[in-house]
Design a protein around this ligand. Sequence first.
Ligand code: MG
Length: 171
Amino acid sequence: MRSLLKPGLSVGSIFDINLQSLWDSGYRNMIIDVDNTITAWNNYTTNPKLKNWVLQAKNTGFSICLLSNNNQTKVKQFALELGVIAAPKGGKPFSRAFQSALAVLRSTKHNTLVIGDQVFTDILGGNRAGLFTILVDPIDSREFIGTRLTRVMERLLAGRRPICKSQHQQK
Ligand SMILES: [Mg+2]
């Protein structure tokens, strides 16, 4: 169980990810969480820095699919604004959520990676589905009440280091 909670890679934010190196390793598709991974929790507004990163990933060759447990209408709209696709439904960490993302990406678990800020949804689910997982620090300390509880579990069970709020103010 413990190994399923361990990400393949752990970085401060999406901007610290070496896109070219992942491409060179054979990855072609990204399943990306939304809240606190690419935007502050429940704040579905795009910004130039994020748009530029998405463009950079797409220019590298990656196909991107957003996978979120939040309101699906909002997620789909956000995906549209970013010029990427959204999985038909959420439901992380269950395998069917990741399978639905793989299906719309027309990809396989071997060439697809998962990026997210939560150990018990993004990392556990991604690992169980056989995907390479990348854990990012949450963008903001503000989040869904249920998530605040799982943060304690992340530290206790997954050995996640405490996140210093000032570290991740998005610039
Ligand atoms: Mg999240």
